[in-house]
Every structure is written in structure tokens, then in C-alpha cells.
Design a protein around this ligand. Structure first.
Ligand code: MG
Length: 243
């Protein structure tokens, strides 16, 4: 009796595994985590660029970005023009230290993922989420500072909409073998408003909305992408140090 119950249990688990792995009808909800909710931590101030940093939002920003002329630039602040999509750096990067400040407008509307959603895509593929998470419930691996759909932030260090916030990101690019296998995954460390929220997490693959991420071989260096938004999110003081 005990053996047959055990056998039945394993058949049940195997059935679930096969169903999940074979199904092509992924629902985005299947990869959402809602608990535990990261606790709130009072943030710390901003960071100035070190002497060897490359500034990405100076007056020469149109050289640093391939398509940023569709957004609105004024005095070192670049603001999303809603509906125009995201922007991509002219340069390509692998391992890096990246700092930037971002601001969601005070009059932001919407809820859940539709409230100031943007994101920093390292190599155009691996997203650190931007969202108003000051007082806005969503799945926790989709809130501000999450490695989107992979890791919730360790704590919630968000400031209210209308205030400038900062990300300090350390990124190690993935390395692929000549045969296209994965030799080393990507890693991310992120500080949000001076607070450590991602501690050298192993990135599971490119950011996708539906299903599970899976690495595909790509060049060692690729451009950075900032996701467009339906809100007028502003960016400033973005600088980079290649490692
Ligand atoms: Mg996003």
C-alpha cells in the first residue's frame, strides 16, 4: 500500500513536470511572485560620476544614443516621449558599472505594471525594472528594482513619484562557448537609492514576459536599452564605467 501510494505520488509529480515542460500555452501569471513583499527601507542620497566615467546624458547625448532624438532633452535631463518606444546606446558594452537617476512624474496614473513602467535592459536583454513601487501593488518580481520576472528586490527602497531616484548597477555579461553553450551566466548587483537590493544574482536568461527565460548565444558586447513608457519618465546623470 505504502509503495503504491508513493508510486502514485511520483506519477503525479512527473505528470505536472511533463505538462509544464511540454505546454506552449504559457500564461504570464505563471511566473509572477506576489509574496513575500519586500519591506520598506528609507533611501540614501545620490552619487556623482567618478573621473573615468563616460557620461551618457551630457550635451553630446545624441552621439551616445542611436535614437534618443525622439525623446525630449533639456539641461542633462532626458524625458520619455510616450508612444515612441525605447532608446539604445550607440556603444556596446559587456561588464560594467552603471549609474543613473530616474523620476516618475508626480501625476502618474494607472496601477500595477501600468504605473511608470520602464526599465534598464543591460545588453538590450536583461532588465532591471523601473516602476512606481512606492505605494503600488504588483507581483514582487516585477516591482521597481526587480530583475524582471526573476528576482524581487531584497527590500523596497522606493521614493514617491515626482522624486528623483537612483540605480547603481554592476553587471557581468554572460559568456558563451564556441558551440553556443553557456560558459558563464550573467550576474547583477543593484543599489536602489543607495540600498543594496540585488546581491550578485545569477541572471537566468533574457527578460521575457511569458514563460521561462533561456539563454541564446550573442556577442560579448551589446548596447544598453532603456524601455519606453506611456508616462513621461525622466532620466539624468547616467554614467558608465566599463570593467
Ligand atoms: Mg519594464
Amino acid at each position: 500500500m505504502r509503495i503504491s501510494l508513493l508510486a502514485l505520488f511520483f506519477c503525479f509529480i512527473a505528470g505536472i513536470t511533463i505538462t509544464l515542460s511540454q505546454s506552449t500555452d504559457w500564461l504570464p501569471e505563471l511566473t509572477e511572485m506576489w509574496e513575500p513583499v519586500p519591506v520598506y527601507v528609507q533611501p540614501a542620497p545620490f552619487s556623482e560620476p567618478p573621473s573615468d566615467a563616460t557620461l551618457l546624458f551630457g550635451d553630446d547625448y545624441l552621439i551616445k544614443w542611436a535614437d534618443a532624438d525622439k525623446w525630449n532633452y533639456s539641461n542633462g535631463v532626458l524625458t520619455v516621449e510616450p508612444g515612441t518606444g525605447g532608446i539604445t546606446t550607440s556603444g556596446s558594452y559587456a561588464d560594467l558599472q552603471l549609474y543613473l537617476e530616474w523620476r516618475i512624474p508626480e501625476n502618474v496614473d494607472g496601477a500595477d505594471q501600468r504605473r511608470g513602467n520602464s526599465g534598464i535592459f543591460l545588453q538590450g536583454l536583461y532588465e532591471v525594472q523601473i516602476l512606481d513601487s512606492f505605494n503600488n501593488e504588483t507581483y514582487v518580481n516585477g516591482q521597481a528594482g526587480s530583475v524582471y520576472k526573476q528576482y524581487p528586490p531584497l527590500v523596497n527602497a522606493s521614493l514617491p513619484p515626482g522624486e528623483w531616484q537612483s540605480y547603481h548597477i554592476i553587471f557581468s555579461a554572460p559568456v558563451f562557448t564556441e558551440n553556443g553553450g553557456l560558459a558563464r551566466p550573467a550576474y547583477l548587483t543593484v543599489f536602489h537609492n543607495g540600498v543594496l537590493i540585488q546581491n550578485h544574482v545569477e541572471v537566468k536568461g533574457p527578460t521575457i514576459y511569458t514563460g521561462l527565460p533561456q539563454y541564446e548565444p550573442h556577442p560579448y558586447k551589446l548596447p544598453i536599452f532603456i524601455q519606453g513608457s506611456r508616462h513621461e519618465i525622466s532620466f539624468r546623470n547616467m554614467w558608465i564605467r566599463e570593467l
